[in-house]
Design a protein around this ligand. Structure first.
Ligand SMILES: NC(=O)c1ccc[n+]([C@@H]2O[C@H](COP(=O)([O-])OP(=O)(O)OC[C@H]3O[C@@H](n4cnc5c(N)ncnc54)[C@H](OP(=O)(O)O)[C@@H]3O)[C@@H](O)[C@H]2O)c1
Length: 327
């Protein structure tokens, strides 16, 4: 099969299209003929050699999400048959024509959705749903602050917030992304080029503060989150593009009885990945089928141009997901 292989740790040029043996499904697994995959920040780190693949995933083929057709089924996998259109989050190996995964980590694709669009869904929407709804318990009538609102996860979070009846405030470093996010249901945008937004959030919540923060940026943003979190508010740290360190006012955190928690999909054990896939099938697929949620695709490139896709992500210019068409 054709696959993008990380030839050695380095820049986008180390991603090489090669012929490699296709994997065979083992107990409980299906093999998927991947039609499209999408790019994630973790792929960039794996390519640089600082974020090794989790156990059980190919060490040198990146790719954390796929959409495709079931191509072979092990006797122990009863959920899908050959030819079923499936999508889901995987531990790695998505930049390839074939991939084997535990059947229950996949979900059926929404009816009528293209493979390119479906590949833009799993990682962004599962991460956003899991962090914001399952972990931070966002409910109707509450207000959520979504940072990097033009990111793959950000564009998913604001759509989910609208779908469940929550109000959303988003930050971005460019006005254009805030404008585009408004078209997806973002209620209010704050330009946060200077990483300072707490005063503005307090103002826009009538001094009450924010109920939930989907923290995709990390670094100094987290101290600002604590400064504008409401009493009993919940901050979920999902990403750290601005760095892993911050200086926190623990007194404010205690006075407000607020929570900060971290989350990561990629490192979870199989049983938790299965739960995430069930949330995709049960809560998100119906919202896509109804048109309430939409995959946001910034760019589609052929698999062979994976290096160019990584460069594009590094430039921070995209709004939504970068999809790689496997064909
Ligand atoms: N924990 C998990 O399981 C999990 C799963 C998926 C993703 N993530 C994380 O979630 C975050 C978003 O991922 P994604 O794939 O959705 O991102 P993405 O589509 O690549 O978008 C990232 C956006 O963030 C903004 N940004 C980049 N560096 C920044 C910085 N230093 N300060 C402020 N803004 C910055 C940029 O937009 P502007 O500058 O124009 O606003 C950029 O376009 C990443 O940190 C990723 O690692 C975590």
């Amino acid at each position: 099969m054709r696959a993008i292989v990380i030839a050695r740790p380095g820049g986008p040029e180390v991603l090489e299209l090669r012929d490699v043996p296709a994997p065979e499904p083992s107990r409980g697994e299906v093999r998927v003929r991947v039609r499209a995959t999408a790019v994630n920040r973790a792929d960039l780190l794996q390519r640089m050699g600082v974020y090794p693949a989790p156990p059980g995933s190919p060490a040198d083929i990146p790719g954390l999400e796929i959409a495709g057709e079931v191509d072979a089924v092990d006797d122990g996998a009863t959920e899908f048959g050959v030819g079923d259109r499936v999508f889901g989050v995987v531990g790695g190996g998505g930049y390839a024509e074939y991939l084997t995964v535990h059947a229950r980590t996949l979900a059926p694709m929404p009816p009528g959705m293209s493979f390119d669009a479906a590949a833009a869904v799993p990682e962004a929407f599962v991460t956003a749903w899991d962090a914001m709804v399952d972990q931070a318990r966002l409910t109707a009538g509450e207000t959520v602050l979504v940072h990097a609102v033009g990111s793959g996860v950000g564009t998913a979070a604001i759509q989910i917030a609208r779908a469940i009846g929550a109000r959303s405030i988003g930050t971005a470093r460019t006005a254009d992304k805030l404008e585009r996010a408004r078209a997806l249901g973002l209620d209010e945008g704050i330009l946060a080029g200077d990483a300072k937004f707490a005063d503005e959030v307090r103002k826009r919540t009538g001094g009450r503060g924010i109920d939930v923060v989907v923290e995709l940026v990390g670094g100094a943003y987290v101290a600002q989150d604590v400064a504008c979190i409401a009493t009993k508010g919940r901050i979920v740290v999902v990403g750290m593009m601005a760095g892993p360190q911050c200086d926190l006012d623990l007194g404010a955190l205690m006075r407000k009885r607020a929570e900060i928690r971290g989350t990561m999909l990629r490192s979870r054990p199989l049983e938790e990945k299965i739960l995430a896939a069930r949330a995709l099938e049960r809560h998100l697929v119906p919202l896509f089928a109804r048109g309430t949620l939409k995959p946001i695709v910034a760019k589609v490139l052929p698999l062979a141009e994976a290096g160019e896709a990584h460069r594009l992500m590094q430039r921070n210019e995209t709004f939504g997901k970068i999809v790689l068409e496997v064909g």
